[in-house]
Design a protein around this ligand. Structure first.
Ligand code: BEZ
Length: 455
């Protein structure tokens, strides 16, 4: 691996560490599991997390080979389908996320959640050390596919994880399927990848959501509980935006509501003015919106600045008022009602423990993306434990992934057996001022057992 690439990765992250530092952290954690959490892989002097969750039962085995980048550099195919692990060889996970562009905040928070869990288990599962190889896909399908190839062919990763943008996930579908590389999606909601039998792959799992899965329940809720009859929708003009809007629209109409207008600005819009002007002309009871990352910050602020918030209440997908930018959005976000599969305000022992550990490390509450990153790492580790580290036995590893089940921050985690997509609890949340003066997404209600075939 070139110095240039290593530098790019660390700079793009802007918060963590170079790959070499990360690998060194994993090695140290393997050699001294009790010190694993203390020797932060980042070595950045950030607050040290308290490892309150016990490491998996497996006995950590110190790796025989030093996990330097050079050791992972030969450009061959990842592993034989059913081969035995070389004694002490680490399990290599290729993490592909946007660390630049409109979805940078999403990539960074998924990474934080993922690393929090790996630190808790001392970068060990199934008796093997875990190494993480991070790459920036810039939320660009072409870049994503190139980086995925590099991770598999050059770095010989055993599996891929991450992916935020639906277009990147779709671009990777045939590659992972033909190369037989397990892919655990931590965000990208491209619905056909799990919903469409012709698109599904035994190698693709999703711990986050299918686009539409947490949006559709807001349809009947907006009509029956919030009392809205006429709604306009707006979302970024690419597959994820349309999939999410379509699911809300269909469910709202089925409940008896009317969709009055639809507005689709391009992804990464700096000035929503022309689109807000059009929304202003619609005589509606509310506006439903999905925007994420930098788009969400700008949309919520500009919706308020334009005076629309006083005219039409804003509702939508939880991404719109993510905890990562509630501080920036300020009062413009107050009272926005959304549906999502996570809120740090959910009062369960598992969630409060997760929130506390994240807060200790990062000084802020986790958002949905940190939660998804955490689930992604945990699912992989649970499957590795189940196969005693034999990730090379792909059939056994895929079967173990399918069967992963545990009680997580929002309740029981499990995959739908047919789609290999997570079954969700969906929360209806409202942005309120909390006792400490900050803003938070407070739970109004929830529905359980929502899978990706339910809409
Ligand atoms: C997507 O492209 O699927 C996506 C991106 C950001 C947030 C949610 C979904």
């Amino acid at each position: 691996m070139s110095e240039k690439r290593e530098l790019l990765t660390s700079t793009a992250l802007g918060m963590c560490c170079s790959r070499r530092q990360l690998l060194r952290g994993a090695l140290l954690a393997a050699l001294a599991p009790s010190l694993g959490a203390l020797l932060s892989a980042c070595g950045s002097g950030a607050a040290v997390p308290t490892p309150t969750v016990a490491a998996p039962a497996a006995t950590p085995t110190p790796p025989a080979a030093t996990p330097t980048p050079a050791a992972a550099a030969s450009p061959t195919v990842a592993a034989t389908p059913t081969g035995q692990a070389a004694a002490g060889e680490p399990v290599r996970i290729g993490v592909l996320l946007p660390y630049s562009g409109v979805y940078t905040a999403l990539g960074e928070n998924i990474t934080r959640g993922l690393e929090l869990y790996l630190e808790e288990i001392g970068y060990q599962a199934g008796g093997r050390t875990i190494e993480v190889y991070k790459e920036d896909d810039a939320a660009n399908p072409e870049v994503g596919l190139t980086k995925a190839r590099q991770l598999v062919e050059r770095d010989r990763v055993h599996l891929l994880a991450g992916i935020v943008h639906s277009g990147v996930a779709t671009a990777l579908r045939d590659f992972v399927d033909s190369q037989q590389i397990p892919l655990v999606i931590a965000n990208a909601g491209a619905a056909p990848l799990t919903r469409d039998p012709a698109q599904r792959s035994p190698y693709i799992f999703r711990v986050s959501f299918a686009n539409g899965q947490y949006e559709w329940p807001l349809g009947p809720y907006a009509h029956d509980s919030l009392g809205y009859a006429r709604v306009a929708v707006t979302a970024p003009d690419y597959s994820a935006g349309h999939e999410k809007a379509n699911a809300f629209k269909a469910a709202f109409q089925k409940a008896g509501g009317q969709i009055v207008d639809e507005v689709y600005p391009p992804l990464d819009t700096a000035d929503f003015g022309p689109f807000l002007q059009r929304l202003q002309q619609a005589q509606v009871d509310a506006v439903w919106a999905f925007f994420a990352g930098a788009d969400a910050v700008r949309f919520v602020q500009q919706y308020n600045d334009f005076g629309l918030k006083d005219q039409f209440p804003l509702i939508g997908a939880g991404d719109l008022v993510d905890e990562a930018y509630l501080g920036q959005q300020g009062d413009a976000a107050l009272d926005v009602v959304t549906s999502l599969h996570y809120t740090p305000q959910y009062d369960s022992p598992e969630n409060q423990a997760f929130v506390q550990r994240f807060r200790e490390k990062h000084g802020q509450v986790p958002n949905q993306f940190a939660y998804q990153g955490y689930l992604c790492a945990r699912v992989i580790a649970e499957a590795l434990n189940a196969v005693e580290g034999q990730v090379e036995d792909r059939e056994a590893f895929l079967s173990a992934l399918k069967q992963v089940q545990f009680t997580g921050p929002t309740g029981e985690f499990r995959f739908h057996p047919e789609t290999q997509n997570v079954v969700l609890t969906v929360f209806f949340r409202k942005v309120e001022r909390l006792a400490d003066g900050s803003l938070g997404n407070v739970v109004l209600d929830k529905v359980e057992g929502i899978d990706d075939l339910s809409f």
